[in-house]
Design a protein around this ligand. Structure first.
Ligand SMILES: [Zn+2]
Length: 262
């Protein structure tokens, strides 16, 4: 059994064939999808999917760092995250993580302080509700390591989604809490630096993800990504670690179940 730990399959890209995409998941033994939230523009779409497929979906709640840029009401939006964690909406049993949250300085450098404040506030929410964090990091690995070092020893647990930094950051972050590292389609790309890093990571620290509809793995690079393609990521990790596909599937699924208490 495989778990896609980062799926945006609730997005409109799947409106015309979502049921078939989910059927392809089951045919590839992808039985569970973890759904990271983005912001209020898409929360309701995510909730609706969870109501429709409660056995297969595990929703999270959070405010994405890029949803803080140019957003005059981001503090209200943060309050909404906390409200949802406290009182899940109708038909949603619970949330399984606080995410996706984090730092993204790729699009703009003008909201560093706001992103930092929102990130730290949401880590505090995760601690309060005993939930793992699911962390998005883009053009901000140095700052990410600094924030996590400040939280070291506080009992934070979670996932660095789409991990893309070097072995040194991997080792440093591991010391800051109980963390796993999300590996996705990028590892299948030719000349992927990540492939070399994955070779040096412990299989106990790795979980598999797609980030669909983005970051499509080979052999479908250039097309829309979907959760069933997590099997291609699994196969690539198996090749890099020189173990059987089944070994990677079992270990990464066990890792997900441990960190999310599934
Ligand atoms: Zn995402």
């Amino acid at each position: 059994m495989l778990i896609d730990t980062h799926s945006h399959i609730y997005e409109p890209e799947f409106d015309s064939d979502r049921a078939q995409a989910l059927q392809r998941c089951l045919e590839s033994d992808v039985q569970l999808l973890m759904l990271p939230a983005i912001d209020k523009e898409s929360y309701e779409r995510m909730f609706e999917l969870v109501r429709q497929y409660p056995q297969m979906m595990r929703p999270m709640m959070g405010l994405h760092p890029t949803s803080i840029n140019e957003n005059p009401v981001w503090r209200e939006d943060l309050a909404r995250v906390e409200e949802y964690l406290h009182h899940p909406p109708q038909g949603i049993e619970r949330f399984w993580g606080v995410g996706e949250i984090g730092l993204d300085f790729y699009w703009s450098n003008d909201y560093r302080e706001q992103q930092m404040e929102a990130f730290e506030a949401q880590i505090e929410m995760a601690l309060k509700y005993d939930l793992p964090i699911v962390v998005h990091t883009r053009s901000a690995w140095t700052e990410m390591c600094e924030v996590m070092e400040r939280f070291a020893g506080r009992g934070v647990r979670g996932v660095f989604h789409a991990f893309s930094d070097d072995v040194e950051s991997y080792r440093l972050l591991k010391k800051c809490g109980d963390f796993l590292f999300g590996v996705g389609g990028v590892v299948t790309f030719k000349k992927s630096k990540l492939a070399e890093v994955v070779k040096q990571m412990d299989l106990e620290d790795i979980i598999l993800e797609t980030d669909c509809p983005y970051l499509t793995p080979v052999p479908h690079r250039g097309e829309r990504n979907e959760s069933s393609y997590v099997k291609f990521v699994c196969a690539k990790v198996a090749e890099l670690k020189e173990v059987d596909y089944q070994v990677v599937a079992e270990q990464t699924t066990a890792n997900v179940k441990r960190i999310f208490k599934l």
